[in-house]
Design a protein around this ligand. Structure first.
Ligand SMILES: Nc1ncnc2c1ncn2[C@@H]1O[C@H](COP(=O)(O)OP(=O)(O)OP(=O)(O)O)[C@@H](O)[C@H]1O
Ligand SMILES: [Mg+2]
Length: 298
């Protein structure tokens, strides 16, 4: 799709999503306060409460919020790693919650890639084998998957490290392997849960730059969880702030930073305001979206 044209296609749509950890939820009625009190009284955790958002193709959508606010749970509900209690998750026009077991396996293998802070590389396989592993599961022949894996390794800047093992790599390099592994799958949608949180600030910035550069070449759509507003502002086209399972504000990073809806959101943006040293955040595209727009023009 031509991202410069101004036309947008929705890739991911989440409607009225609830995730409750607990028992006896079959007769739970989302909008009924009595029903909510009942399950809370029984010790249920309302990790995600009535969350709705859409992500357009090619967009980076960032989710922020305090620890325990439900970010990871929400992200994991998208490919049904957690089974949502209520709501809809629609990707490319298909409702993930209506997929049967086989459809779900196919969907996870082809249409979505996940990158977490603890990336779960296979320790007894080298970089090349780790990156190619998803293709092996799909039955891609050895020569072809090696070729594709090598290309992805180059794209994340790890050329020359193909034969090293995860234990021989730094945290940043391991995360590059995780990203290469996701890229090689060729899926449109990447779910990233604090992928750079364990890294020191310089490496973290390098990883952000790498992601921004990748987005120039690849039409990826990303849902990105972070604690770091600066990261959100660099990478995000739009963002949402979560509190106790709910989205309290959605908008561009500039909108959220300049106009926090309440004290909770204001707390996050306070640091960022200091960082930009009194300068108003301009209502302009983020670094990531500008990079992609220039790629689309080429
Ligand atoms: N498997 C589970 N069973 C029961 N409760 C859970 C489970 N997973 C998460 N929770 C609860 O759901 C709530 C949201 O947790 P979640 O991990 O989504 O938060 P988070 O925003 O990702 O936090 P962090 O920033 O620390 O990663 C928390 O109260 C947590 O205890
Ligand atoms: Mg989390």
């Amino acid at each position: 799709m031509d991202k410069g044209s101004g036309s947008y296609e929705v890739l991911l749509e989440v409607n009225g999503l609830w995730k409750i950890f607990g028992e006896n939820l079959t007769d739970f009625v989302p909008d009924n306060p009595d029903s909510i009190s009942r399950i809370q009284g029984e010790g249920a955790v309302l990790a995600v409460r009535n969350v709705s958002f859409t992500v357009r193709r090619g967009e980076v959508f960032v989710i922020m919020g305090l620890s325990g606010s439900g970010k990871s749970t929400l992200l994991r509900c998208i490919p049904r790693l957690h089974q949502p209690t209520r709501g809809e998750v629609i990707i490319n026009g298909r409702n993930v919650l209506e997929m049967d077991e086989n459809e779900l396996i196919e969907f996870r293998r082809y249409e979505i890639a996940m990158i977490f802070q603890h990336y779960g590389l296979l320790p007894h396989r080298n970089v090349l084998e780790n990156v190619a592993f998803g293709l092996k599961l799909r039955g891609v022949p050895s020569k072809e998957r090696t070729e594709q894996a090598r290309q992805a390794i180059v794209r994340v800047g790890l050329e020359g490290w193909e034969n090293y093992y995860p234990s021989q790599l730094s945290g940043g390099m391991r995360q590059r392997v995780g990203i290469a592994r996701a890229l090689v799958q060729g899926s449109d949608l990447l779910l990233m849960d604090e992928p750079f949180s364990g890294l020191d600030p310089l490496i973290r910035r390098e990883m952000q730059d790498m992601l921004i550069n990748l987005l120039k070449e690849e039409n990826k759509t990303i849902v990105f969880v972070t604690h770091d507003l600066h990261e959100a502002a660099r990478l995000g086209d739009r963002m949402a702030v979560m509190r106790q399972g709910e989205f309290v504000q959605q908008g561009t990073p500039a909108e959220v930073i300049n106009n926090p809806v309440d004290e909770y959101v204001a707390r996050f943006v306070a640091d960022e305001r200091q960082l930009i040293a009194g300068k108003k955040v301009r209502q302009q595209p983020t670094t990531a979206s500008m990079a992609r727009a220039s790629a689309a023009r080429r």
